[in-house]
Design a protein. Structure first.
Length: 458
């Protein structure tokens, strides 16, 4: 008996909406369940390297994003201690042309709005707001997916269920209750400011990455260059779930106090009127990707810390590869769907264990920045001043954070045209499956680093 061509997706975030469009393009009817009553402007800015932006371009979202997405001219690594630029990686239109897809920075709300608009316009996608996933039951005709809207319980007959409902995934909790998010010991603070509040030199179309003692700061333009997105990451013990808890600006300014942090960085921080904070959690390694005709993608299965700037990118890649595996032919039977999801899951596990090819090794060099930065932030002050770091850099300027980046990236950064900057998705370019890319590459750096400084597992 042929199954329904309906696929239910739990979660209308970046990964869920991208999956809806990608699967609808393969001929499926899609039902998206989103527990929020409306899609609100929450979250922070996102960096979308070509491994992710190419998927969005192929889904026809360029026109919807052209007014809000910004193509930065460069990524600049800045030293808080030295107060200046350590290195610059050219991006811009030339890099986009070489990669075959743009490097974009965009506010999450703008990207979600563009995806939601495309979903709304698609005749085969039904977005149900205020609908909370509750249960799923397999049977001979496929799956019955139960959801609740207020006091009313409803159900949909489907051939597959995809959990794209984030790190606190209800679908994952239903399948694998033993898998629980883990607090990283880090807190991200975010805010935005009007570009007109800063001198012109501060509002150039670039991504600024400030590295300093026990903290780091990222700033880049969003909303077509009209606003600046600012994210500061600090260690802490506060660990409540959520994305938009109001934050005390005095906590941020105290962590970035002079003379440890230069006036250029502090000027951006003082211009932010409304700070929000969220505790950074991750999903433990080895989380299963699927069970029968039910699968997971994005943060629901491989939530990662933000240091590689690939969280949204990995969710977008997952959606694209899911659509590649889950064809109408595979969906003719429950066994075919389960096999497709298992194949994707198996590739994900292999991706964590091995990376092949020249492109993958270059992507490893780029993403290794994330591991270096997260480790450096959690080292003690004594270790931060160790002779090991001085030997690496020849100077204490910029601290261990700068040393880690300079030592691992001095030759790698000009090669950003490979790996993540290729026009292919990062999973394909690296020869591994989505989700496994970043996690494997971060592990690879951790195991191969020559420095014998104390290490902190992430």
């Amino acid at each position: 008996m042929a199954l329904s061509r309906t696929i239910v997706i739990a979660g209308a975030g970046i990964g869920g909406l991208t999956a809806a469009l990608a699967l609808a393009a393969r001929g499926f009817r899609i039902v998206v369940l989103e527990k929020a009553e409306r899609l609100e402007e929450v979250g922070a800015g996102l960096q979308l390297s070509p491994n992710a932006s190419r998927v969005l371009v192929e889904l026809g979202l360029t026109e919807r994003l052209k007014r809000s997405a910004v193509t930065p001219e460069a990524l600049c690594v800045m030293s808080a201690r030295a107060g200046g630029e350590l290195l610059r990686m050219p991006l811009g239109e030339a890099a986009s042309a070489r990669a075959g897809a743009p490097y974009w920075v965009v506010h999450r709300a703008d990207l979600q709005s563009a995806l939601a608009g495309a979903v709304s316009d698609h005749p085969d996608i039904d977005l149900k707001l205020g609908a909370t996933f509750e249960d799923v039951a397999p049977h001979a005709k496929g799956l019955t997916v139960v959801h609740r809207s207020g006091t009313i319980r409803r159900s949909d007959l489907a051939s597959a269920l995809i959990g794209a409902d984030g790190i606190w995934s209800t679908v994952r909790q239903h399948l694998f209750p033993e898998v629980q998010p883990r607090f990283s010991g880090l807190i991200a603070w975010r805010g935005t400011l009007d570009a007109t509040q800063l001198p012109k030199d501060f509002t150039a179309r670039r991504v600024q990455l400030w590295m300093g003692p026990n903290a780091h700061l990222v700033a880049y333009p969003i909303a077509g260059g009209r606003q600046i997105n600012v994210v500061a990451v600090l260690p802490g013990t506060w660990n409540r779930p959520g994305w938009s808890t109001p934050g005390d600006p005095f906590e941020v300014m105290d962590a970035f106090a002079a003379p440890r942090w230069p006036s250029q960085a502090r000027m951006m921080l003082t211009a932010v009127d409304n700070w929000r904070k969220w505790a950074l959690f991750g999903v433990p390694d080895g989380c299963p990707w699927s069970q029968g005709p039910v699968g997971l993608l994005g943060d629901a299965v491989h939530a990662m810390l933000p240091f590689a700037a690939q969280g949204a990118g990995m969710a977008i890649e997952d959606a694209a590869v899911l659509a590649r595996h889950l064809s109408l032919e595979a969906a003719e039977s429950a066994a075919g769907i389960a096999a497709a999801l298992k194949h994707m899951a198996a590739r994900g596990r292999r991706g964590c264990g091995g990376c092949s090819g020249r492109r993958g090794s270059r992507a490893a060099s780029i993403i290794s920045v994330g591991r270096s930065r997260s480790r450096a932030m959690l080292r003690s002050a004594r270790s931060a001043r160790s002779a090991c770091w001085r030997d690496r850099t020849g100077s204490t300027a910029g601290g261990p954070e700068a040393g880690a980046i300079v030592s691992t990236q001095r030759t790698a950064l000009p090669d950003f045209g490979a790996g993540l900057m290729s026009g292919r998705c990062g999973a394909e370019a690296a020869g591994v499956a989505p989700g496994g890319v970043s996690r494997h590459l971060l592990r690879r750096h951790a195991s191969s680093a020559s420095c014998d400084c104390p290490r902190t597992a992430m």
